[in-house]
Structure formats: structure tokens, C-alpha cells
Ligand binder design. Structure first.
Ligand SMILES: [Zn+2]
Length: 296
């Protein structure tokens, strides 16, 4: 028993559980915030028959599986999206908590958990409403700068002096914020000139501020180009398939040529890919380009 209950497994279990619970809360927020409703009351109720959902029928991850994706009260189908959000957050938090055991860094753990939650909320809300609430994009950007001052280690800054470290952390966040937003803004206005139609939402530019503040300039540039690649990889086959299935028609399953497709979710997912997985390689690649900046 004692062998099983190591610090590592306990932390992993804590991360999984916390992620699942906050994933469930995210689903509530993503549904209610765009409607301007309170996220605290009333308690969760069925959208069809309005019956209040009892706590044991509202367990994150498990309920959806046990009940086969259907509500117990009236059998209304619960979209798989709810389960995916809870399962993804559980795994991401599990990873961050497990990473904490390997290299304890409270700043990276706290900011990582917050950033994952915020980005998945953006993915869900932007896909549903084509809008990114300012409290996530601008609020996240301001919070990212403040968190970077308090925990400069999230930008790989390890200073003996709290003052110098905090200054460097805040500056790194600010540089990331500005490079991320400005790069996407310029791509947007150039694309607008070339395509002669609106190519980019203001919400995406503000979102890049949040991503840059938390991930730094390397992470923000990766989010833009990685996000575009991710979008192309995921969307082009879906579009082609839609075109094939519908013959000459234009739309299947809401994806169609020329229809506006939100870019925010791809920016957010690429940022998460950077933060949770491939940061060491991306940073090393940018560092290998140092000769361009230094001229040597
Ligand atoms: Zn019901």
C-alpha cells in the first residue's frame, strides 16, 4: 500500500481529480457566460425538462460514460464535447501536477493550470459563439503580466533577486504580449488587403496578448504559425470531405467554403501544445536563430 501511495501517484491523482472538477465547472461557465448568466446559481439543471441534476448524476467524466451520454431525467443527449472538456482538463492537470513532482515550481504549476483552463474555455466559447469574451483575452493578458512578475520562473528566469527577477518576468510577459498581438494584427491587415474581406477578428489579436503574456514571444509566435498549421491540417480534410459528401453543395456539418471559421480555438490549442509538450524544442529552435538577432 505504502509503495503505491507515493508522492508521485498522490500528486497525479490530485491533478486528475482537480482537472476533472474544474473541467465540469468550465462547461458551466462556457454555457452561461455568453448568455450573461450567473456561474454560481442556479444549480445545474436539465436544459430540456428543467429538473435539477443531483450531485451523484453530475460527476465529472464518469456520469457521461456511465449514462452513455444521456441525461437520466428525460433522456436528452448530452453532447460529447462536455466529456471531452472534462477528460482533457483531467489529463492536462495530471501532467502539470506530475511535472511538479519532477521539478517543483509552484509558479509553473499554478499559472499552467490557470492557462489550460482559460484556453479551453476560449476554445469552447469561440466555437459556439464566434466570440472570445474580453475577460479571458484581455483579463488573461493583464493577469499573465502580473503572474510573470510574481513567478518569473514561468519565463525560465531564475534570479537571486526577487526585484530583478520580477522585473525581467514582467518584461518578458509584456514583450510576448506585444509580439504576439502585433504579429497577428499585421498578418490580419495584410490578409485583409489581399483577400478584400475581413480576415481576422479583434478578439484573436487580444487573445494573442494573453498567450504571449503567459508563453513569452517564442510561444506566441509558435501559437500563430502552429495554430495556422493545425487549422489547415484539421480543416482542409473536413472541408474536402464535406464537399465530397454533399456533391457540389457548400456545407456539411456547419463547415463550408468561405464561411467564417474561428481562428481563436487553433491559436489556443497550439499555445497549449507549446506549454504542455513541445516547448523545449520550440525554444531551442528559436535559440538556434540567435545569430540573426546578434549579427554574429
Ligand atoms: Zn431532463
Amino acid at each position: 500500500m505504502s509503495e503505491f501511495l507515493t508522492n508521485e501517484t498522490l500528486m497525479l491523482a490530485t491533478g486528475l481529480l482537480l482537472g476533472a472538477i474544474l473541467g465540469s465547472f468550465l462547461n458551466v461557465c462556457a454555457h452561461r457566460i455568453p448568455l450573461g448568466q450567473s456561474i454560481i446559481s442556479p444549480r445545474s439543471y436539465c436544459p430540456q425538462c428543467k429538473e435539477v441534476i443531483r450531485w451523484f448524476r453530475n460527476l465529472p467524466v464518469l456520469t457521461w460514460l456511465v449514462q452513455g451520454g444521456k441525461a437520466k431525467c428525460c433522456g436528452i443527449r448530452i453532447p460529447m464535447r462536455y466529456w471531452l472538456v472534462e477528460a482533457f482538463l483531467a489529463m492536462a492537470f495530471g501532467l502539470l501536477f506530475h511535472r511538479y513532482v519532477q521539478a517543483p515550481d509552484a509558479g509553473q504549476l499554478l499559472s499552467g493550470c490557470f492557462f489550460v483552463w482559460c484556453m479551453i474555455a476560449v476554445v469552447v466559447i469561440d466555437m459556439q459563439t464566434m466570440l472570445i469574451p474580453d475577460r479571458f483575452s484581455m483579463g488573461g493578458a493583464v493577469l499573465g503580466v502580473l503572474v510573470s512578475i510574481a513567478f518569473p520562473s514561468i519565463h525560465m528566469i531564475h534570479s537571486e533577486s526577487a526585484f530583478l527577477g520580477g522585473f525581467a518576468g514582467g518584461l518578458n510577459a509584456l514583450i510576448g504580449l506585444l509580439i504576439g498581438s502585433a504579429t497577428l494584427y499585421w498578418i490580419g491587415i495584410l490578409a485583409e488587403k489581399a483577400l478584400k474581406k475581413e480576415a481576422l477578428g479583434e478578439g484573436d489579436v487580444k487573445l494573442m496578448g494573453c498567450i504571449g503574456a503567459f508563453c513569452g514571444w517564442k510561444g506566441s509566435l509558435f501559437a500563430i504559425f502552429g495554430g495556422a498549421t493545425l487549422g489547415a491540417v484539421l480543416l482542409v480534410p473536413a472541408m474536402l470531405l464535406g464537399r465530397l459528401r454533399s456533391g457540389e453543395g457548400n456545407s456539411v456539418d456547419g463547415i463550408s467554403w468561405g464561411k467564417e471559421i474561428p481562428f481563436g480555438p487553433y491559436l489556443a490549442l497550439a499555445a497549449l501544445l507549446y506549454l504542455l509538450g513541445i516547448r523545449p524544442w520550440v525554444d531551442a529552435w528559436f535559440d538556434s536563430l540567435g545569430w540573426i538577432l546578434s549579427g554574429r
